[in-house]
Design a protein around this ligand. Structure first.
Ligand code: XUL
Ligand code: CO
Length: 436
């Protein structure tokens, strides 16, 4: 069997004193932190699209990354070679999970029937490679945004024929995800939005989106697929406005259409920041509603206004993300999928390892720091103190729904000017720095 990453063995945990760049300094899969192994807490996944299909292209130039599994003349042979390379990478890196779009793993043919046959053939191999390696599928998804038929959207396309095509594609992708034992299935509405309202019936498109998702829920139940469905919010890019803008918008939409018990969120760091939120904001909005399912781990660049999908290295972000995950009791079906790509100049295969090792170590540190913060309970105690007025008296009565405006007016007239307290932001920021 051909080796695609020669000279690189299994990446080991060597600890903080190691200066080996191809070793983990912080991620020690079997180490127990806050009652679980790091592997079980973090549930790392490698994404197929960026890591194995990414070319390094950007809006100003074509690809720079030349991969040994690329064979443009023989697409099916190339797809098989790519899958084998991917499983070699997963095994050497020591992650347990992966994610893919249907069109990442198998190339599209001239018609849907032929395309599905190709997909089945590659899924046969994926099933075998999963068995051989013990790898599991975190989630599968559909690419219903690259082909020109989807230029005006998939489920929000003005044409019912395109809606039908997208439905057929999701049906098949859901089936293969189930076949591979996927723990989830993601909807990212790449072109479910608009470029101009001048040509867009917004109300109708939103209704169609809801109809489509309901069909997906129905089909999932019909085939007894027990994976979790997720929507991945993103505000824009490639569209000017995407309907699943951010966590709050998606939750409102799901509640409006009675889909909130069926679909959770897959929150991506760089999508949250494109929506002008902190990563932690969207995580917390989802978690507060019991709908934080999974995470696409990456980061943007403060000075670049698009989805740069960089590997996560910022310890503030990983710590605050893991604090939110720990607070909700950890992942169940979800995990941390590196929806991230190496830079255009990172042309060596080795760079794929550096990128993932860095991301995994950054989240391992985030986990350890978050566990310590949780264990110490200092932030929790300060938060509790800030809101202690709600535990008794008028606060408790408001929360129990026992008083209205009239009672509160009487209360205010009796007690006069409310006492105010400092928010202590600087002290809290200093405290956080002590942990980092
Ligand atoms: C695009 C993005 C997608 C989804 C899956 O910004 O994040 O790769 O994660 O379709
Ligand atoms: Co993503």
């Amino acid at each position: 069997m051909r080796e695609y990453f020669p000279g690189i063995g299994k990446i080991a945990f060597e600890g903080g004193c190691s200066d080996n760049p191809l070793a983990f300094k912080h991620y020690n899969a079997e180490e127990v932190v806050a009652g679980k192994t790091m592997a079980d807490h973090l549930r790392f996944a490698v994404c197929y699209w960026h890591t194995f299909k990414g070319t390094g292209s950007d809006p100003f130039g074509p690809g720079t990354l030349i991969r040994p599994w690329d064979e443009p003349e023989r697409p099916m042979e190339a797809a098989e070679a790519c899958l084998r390379a991917a499983f070699e990478f997963f095994t050497k890196l020591g992650v347990g999970l992966w994610c893919f779009h249907d069109r990442d793993i198998a190339p599209e043919a001239d018609n849907l029937a032929e395309t599905n046959k190709r997909l089945d053939k590659i899924v046969d191999l994926a099933e075998q490679l999963q068995q051989d390696t013990g790898m599991k599928l975190l989630w599968g998804t559909t690419n219903a945004f690259s082909h020109r038929r989807f230029m005006a959207g998939a489920s929000t396309n003005p044409s019912p024929a395109v809606f039908a095509y997208a439905a057929s594609q999701v049906k098949k992708a859901m089936e293969v995800t189930q076949r591979l034992g996927g723990a989830g299935y993601v909807f990212w509405g790449g072109r479910e939005g608009y470029d101009t309202l001048l040509n867009t019936d917004l109300k109708r498109e939103l209704d169609h989106l809801a109809r489509f998702l309901q069909m997906a829920v129905d089909y999932k139940q019909k085939i007894r697929f027990d994976g979790q469905l997720y929507i991945e919010p993103k505000p824009k890019e490639p569209t000017k406005h995407q309907y699943d803008f951010d966590a709050a918008t998606v939750i409102g939409f799901l509640v409006q259409h009675g889909l909130d018990k069926e679909i959770k969120l897959n929150v991506e760091a760089n999508h949250a920041t494109l929506a002008a939120h902190d990563f932690q904001h969207d995580l917390m909005v989802a978690a507060a509603n019991g709908m934080l399912g999974s995470i696409d781990a990456n980061r943007g660049d403060l000075l670049i206004g698009w989805d740069t999908d960089q590997f996560p290295t910022n310890l503030y972000d990983t710590t605050l993300a893991m604090l939110t995950v720990l607070k909700m009791g950890g992942f169940t079906t979800g995990g941390l999928n590196f929806d991230a790509k190496v830079r255009r100049q990172s042309i060596d295969l080795e760079d794929l390892f550096h990128a993932h090792i860095g991301g995994m170590d950054a989240f391992a540190r985030g986990l350890k720091i978050a566990a310590k913060i949780t264990e110490d309970g200092k932030f929790d105690a300060l938060l509790k103190q800030r809101y202690c007025g709600w535990e008794e008296g008028v606060g408790a009565r408001i929360e129990r729904g026992e008083v209205g405006f009239e009672e509160l007016e009487a209360y205010t007239l009796k007690h006069g000017e409310p006492a105010v307290q400092s928010g202590r932001q600087e002290m809290l920021e200093n405290l956080l720095n002590e942990y980092l």
